[in-house]
Design a binder for this molecule. Structure first.
Ligand SMILES: NC(=O)c1ccc[n+]([C@@H]2O[C@H](COP(=O)([O-])OP(=O)(O)OC[C@H]3O[C@@H](n4cnc5c(N)ncnc54)[C@H](OP(=O)(O)O)[C@@H]3O)[C@@H](O)[C@H]2O)c1
Length: 323
């Protein structure tokens, strides 16, 4: 049973290796899952670097999410052949996972493997951003940066389903037509040259919600567009720069600043609500309304090349590891 492992924190390409792991016997209440695919998310990179919100004891197997097929079950509600995703951290970059059934959830077998592998994190983050902070009504405007990211693409598509309108910032001009095709209502370049044009547009289309995945100057550009008492939610820090808040946004504009971590939301939310939200997302995927793009797929043995690709700029979607 092959698995990816790291024994020290550091640059992912330097510290991971593929090793043969032991597979323990399956016990009552557990399932054995043959893994099919798992994406490389920025959180996985940070997890291996040791800069993520949780630090594992070492050695550790990375992989925040993924999809597999039940190979053996000693738990009610799980049949051999069921497709499952994992709601808790089990370390998905391995061929076989034996875990408590409570860590997993069955998804409809019709959901495409690649999309199911990426269902847990980004689509749910997008849904939480759009549903949990502002009482948005159809026609309302939402603004986001990193709009071509997995979360960004999901925000655009879920907003469309909910009748909301999106203003989207990206750092590459070539992405603009693709995002309009995906359903974006407006797309701008995320740079200081485009700030005046963005501000002018937002005098008519005033967003009530900011979804910030970058921090630094980009997050300030976003807060400048918000309505008075609007909400600015930070869920990512791709620039690795802090969100600094000019005083005027706190005092005169009364902007509310929030943070979202989907791991915490999963811990704090009743299981039936979590499962029904995932079923809703899976239905949208199945009906072709929600999709994250895939840049490339690598076999587990080639995890180092996969990690190199995942950290390159100008990707056109997620990098997947296939088992
Ligand atoms: N809080 C949570 O629960 C939660 C959940 C999901 C994701 N996240 C976070 O959300 C962010 C996006 O995740 P994802 O999986 O959707 O990302 P992704 O699909 O891997 O895309 C990464 C995005 O970040 C941009 N980017 C990369 N480096 C950057 C830099 N130095 N400055 C500005 N932009 C940069 C990329 O732009 P280019 O394409 O132009 O390179 C792309 O838009 C990450 O920070 C991730 O950790 C948080």
């Amino acid at each position: 049973m092959k698995q990816v492992e790291f024994t020290e924190f550091g640059r992912p390409e330097d510290v991971v290796s593929v090793v043969c792991g032991q597979s323990p016997d399956i016990e009552d209440g557990q399932i054995a899952v043959k893994m099919l695919a798992a994406p490389i998310n920025p959180a996985d990179i940070n997890f291996i670097e040791g800069t993520y919100g949780v630090k594992p004891s070492l050695p550790a197997v990375p992989g925040i999410e993924g999809v597999g097929c039940v190979e053996d079950s000693r738990a009610e509600g799980f049949q051999i052949g069921d497709k499952v995703i994992f709601l808790e951290r089990v370390g998905t970059w391995r061929e076989l996972i034996i875990c408590d059934a409570s860590s997993a959830m069955v998804v409809d077998n019709h959901v495409n493997v690649e999309q199911a592998a990426m269902l847990k994190v980004n689509p749910m983050t997008a849904l939480c951003l759009l549903q949990n902070y502002v009482d948005l009504k159809p026609g309302d405007w939402v603004i986001q940066n990193a709009a071509n990211s997995g979360v960004g693409q999901s925000v655009i598509q879920i907003a469309k389903i909910l009748g909301l309108r999106t203003i989207n910032l990206v750092r590459r001009a070539e992405l603009i037509p693709q995002l309009y095709e995906l359903g974006a209502d407006k797309v701008f370049l995320d740079d200081s040259e485009s700030k005046a044009e963005l501000s002018e547009f937002c005098t008519i289309a005033r967003p009530t919600l900011v979804c910030n995945a970058i921090g630094g100057d980009s997050s300030i550009r976003l807060m400048n567009t918000l309505v008075e008492k609007g909400v600015h939610v930070t869920y990512g820090a791709m620039s690795r720069r802090p969100v600094t808040i000019p005083n005027k946004y706190l005092i005169f504009r009364q902007i509310r600043f929030e943070g979202l971590w989907i791991t915490k939301w999963l811990e704090d939310t009743p299981r039936n609500e979590v499962e029904s939200s995932y079923r809703k997302l899976a239905n949208w995927i199945e009906s072709g309304k929600l999709e994250q793009s895939v840049d490339s797929a690598y076999q587990l043995e080639h995890v180092v090349q996969a990690l190199e690709r995942a950290q390159q700029p100008n990707r056109s979607g997620k990098v997947l590891i296939c088992m």
